[in-house]
Design a protein around this ligand. Structure first.
Ligand SMILES: [Zn+2]
Length: 273
């Protein structure tokens, strides 16, 4: 896991935004032009931020503000669970990226999780995405859910949650990961939940060179092809940095800046954003 307590410098983020703008200028689609216009107007000098999920500056602002807000809200809890959920519906080949509806995916995952969590549980999560190579030569994006669970009691919900996320042989081996964590892990796990970068890695089953070893999961990092990366950025320019959030049992107060977060306990039932 990367060192999540270190946030990139403002200069580095601005350079990433400049590079993205330069690359969008070479694209001819209307969607790329719209993204270019919004990103070009994003500026910390004028305090006018675009708030787009594609913007490196706004994603980093969102990550930092989200981590700070979660830490101040939940630091009194003795511990929590970190949860990763990988649904088959989130597997998207690069050529289908433009058709993927992130908001619909967020809503469907919210429904899946909220229906198995008993009242009193609080889930603070977000849809995350990684670029995977489950088999050599087969690249796809994996949109999945990462989150933190507070106030857990019993085990029945865990069985029900696992039933919502079945494994897919050879593609999704461990669709549900639940890890108990002490409160000291809260700052780093909160920053990891709404991260400002995406992971690109291969996960295919490697054949061992020596016969006495079993086949093993290769998890080395891979470079994302440039054409796939720009397609991802154009796709994500449709969304705001807060759009991946999934909140259950917690309410986010509305703000004009999508990268600002302030939470309050939800009243009856479950809340989303
Ligand atoms: Zn921005």
């Amino acid at each position: 896991m990367a060192n999540l307590t270190v946030f990139p410098t403002e200069e580095r983020l601005k350079t990433s935004r400049r590079l993205l703008i330069a690359r969008l200028k070479k694209e001819s689609s209307l969607r790329a032009w719209r993204a270019l216009k919004r990103l070009s107007a994003c500026s910390s000098e004028t305090d006018e931020f675009c708030g787009l999920l594609a913007c490196p500056v706004c994603r980093a602002r969102a990550q930092k503000n989200f981590a700070d807000a979660i830490e101040s809200e939940f630091s009194r809890h003795a511990g929590f669970l970190s949860v990763t959920l990988i649904p088959k519906a989130g597997m998207v080949p690069p050529e289908d990226l433009m058709k993927f509806d992130l908001r619909a995916f967020v809503r469907s995952q919210y429904r899946r999780i909220s229906k198995v969590l008993p009242a009193g549980h609080i889930f603070v999560g977000a849809v995350d995405f990684s670029f995977n190579m489950p088999l050599p030569g087969t690249l796809h994006f994996s949109y999945h859910v990462g989150g933190l669970l507070f106030g857990c009691r019993g085990k029945a919900w865990e069985t029900a949650l696992r039933a919502q996320y079945p494994s897919v042989p050879g593609v999704i081996d461990r669709p549900v990961r639940i890890v108990h964590r002490p409160s000291s892990d809260l700052p780093s796990m909160a920053a990891y939940t709404l991260k400002s970068y995406h992971l690109a890695r291969s996960q295919y089953l490697a054949v061992p060179k020596t016969s006495d070893r079993n086949p093993y999961r290769n998890t080395r990092d891979i470079a994302m092809p440039r054409d796939v990366d720009i397609r991802l950025q154009i796709t994500h320019s449709k969304y705001r940095v807060c759009d991946p959030l999934i909140l259950i049992g917690l309410k986010r107060w509305r703000t004009s800046d999508p990268a600002q977060f302030s939470f309050g306990k939800a009243g009856k039932g479950h809340w989303q954003r």
